[in-house]
Write a protein that binds this ligand. Structure first.
Ligand code: SAH
Ligand code: SF4
Length: 366
């Protein structure tokens, strides 16, 4: 273990992304007591302090040691946009220079952060702007938790109450860093968010859905979008590898893993003429009849280069009413963030000249 840390330390290690357990190992490896880990977590994630020299309960020697081998470095906010309805979109620059986006959605009682787990995405769902862009890279855990840190501690911020992994990328294809960051979101010494306030959304990476509950207990959302393989193969191509039957089976096993009763969220984008008829609703109701779930209907958000259209409000409402008549909890989400291209599926790591909305700040030189 020591050797591992020494290797890592040859380049200054970024402690921002380390969970409690990793930090405990880190401190033990430099001959410091385990309890330092909790102290450091509190400085970073509760007080927003990232300068070792400001950490008053660390003695001089320890501070000097930390400065020489480690750093705490959040990603950079490159630009910031706000829509008329208050949604804030941030363009974030990673160490590599790649850009990802995160979105803050303020509501009456909640303040939700939508985080990215990858720059781009390899899965190419036909309705998704991120997919159309292709895969660039996985984010490291410090780049994922760094989004929450920035949303909580950068200028004019207010505490985030909920996190959804619904930004760019497929979180279950960047498994370890996502789990490490989610541990930090939950830990009482850092953000202390309960499992209900953290949602991992996946297009259905079956083996990793199976692995997830053994690693961490958070809420799970499945991007289903179609109830038959023929259609889902087309619009969510990963379905060719993990078909609907295996996905539903894995969802049931997921729910059985936990002793307390809970729901999985099923996400279903409504696209005109593709998956929005009452026939489709019937197939969906049948498929989900034995699964403890709630259904989140999402109107398709258009983006440049896509021919799909959002159905009329009345046909989306009929779809929802049908599901409710069959006993499902179904919500039709009023799209937020449209004005700054910050709605679901519109996140592409855009540069300013192609983004709508009012630019708040450009921090290019930080
Ligand atoms: N890769 C993961 C998480 C990111 S996508 C997943 O697919 O679940 C987050 C959500 O945004 C998913 O439900 C996705 O289906 C939805 N989404 C993608 N493109 C969209 C679009 N154009 N309009 C509305 N929702 C979209
Ligand atoms: Fe990737 Fe999710 Fe977009 Fe599909 S919907 S391309 S899985 S980000």
């Amino acid at each position: 273990l020591k050797k591992y840390w020494i290797n890592k330390l040859s380049k200054k290690i970024n402690l921002l992304g380390c969970s409690l357990e990793s930090l405990e190992n880190f401190f033990l490896s430099i001959n410091e007591p385990r309890f330092r880990a909790k102290q450091l977590l509190k400085w970073i994630h509760q007080k927003g302090v990232i300068d070792f020299n400001s950490m008053s309960d660390f003695n001089k020697d320890l501070r000097r040691k930390l400065v020489s081998i480690a750093k705490i470095q959040p990603p950079k906010i490159y630009e910031e946009y706000v829509s008329s309805e208050g949604t804030i979109k941030y363009l974030i620059e990673l160490d590599s220079g790649s850009m990802v986006e995160m979105v803050v959605i303020p509501e009456k009682k909640r303040r939700t952060l939508c985080v990215s787990s990858q720059a781009g995405c390899a899965l190419q769902c036909t309705f998704c702007a991120t997919g159309a862009q292709g895969f660039e890279q996985n984010l490291e855990s410090h780049e994922i938790i760094g989004q929450l840190w920035l949303a909580n501690f950068s200028q004019n911020s207010k505490p985030i109450t909920n996190v959804v992994f619904m930004g760019m990328g497929e979180p279950l294809l960047n498994f370890e860093p996502v789990v490490e960051a989610a541990k930090l979101m939950k830990d009482q010494s850092s953000y202390g968010l309960s499992r209900k306030r953290i949602t991992i959304s996946t297009s259905g990476i079956v083996p990793n859905i199976d692995k997830l509950p053994k690693k961490i207990d958070v809420s799970l959302a499945i991007s289903l979008h179609a109830a038959e393989d023929n259609l889902r193969n087309e619009i969510v191509p990963i379905n060719n590898k993990y078909p609907i039957k295996s996905l539903i089976k894995s969802c049931k096993e997921y729910l059985n893993y936990f002793e307390n009763k809970r729901n999985i969220t099923i996400e279903y984008i409504l696209i005109e003429g593709v998956n929005d008829s009452i026939e489709h609703a019937k197939k969906l109701a049948k498929l989900l009849s034995n699964l403890s779930c709630k259904i989140n209907l999402i109107p398709f958000n258009s983006f440049k280069g896509s021919d799909y259209k959002r159905p009329s409000n009345s046909s989306m409402n009929s779809f929802k009413r049908y599901l409710m008549s069959k006993g499902f909890i179904a919500t039709l989400r009023i799209t937020r963030g449209d004005g700054v291209d910050a709605a679901c599926g519109q996140l592409v790591g855009n540069l300013s000249n192609s983004i709508k909305g009012k630019k708040l700040i450009t921090h290019k030189s930080i």
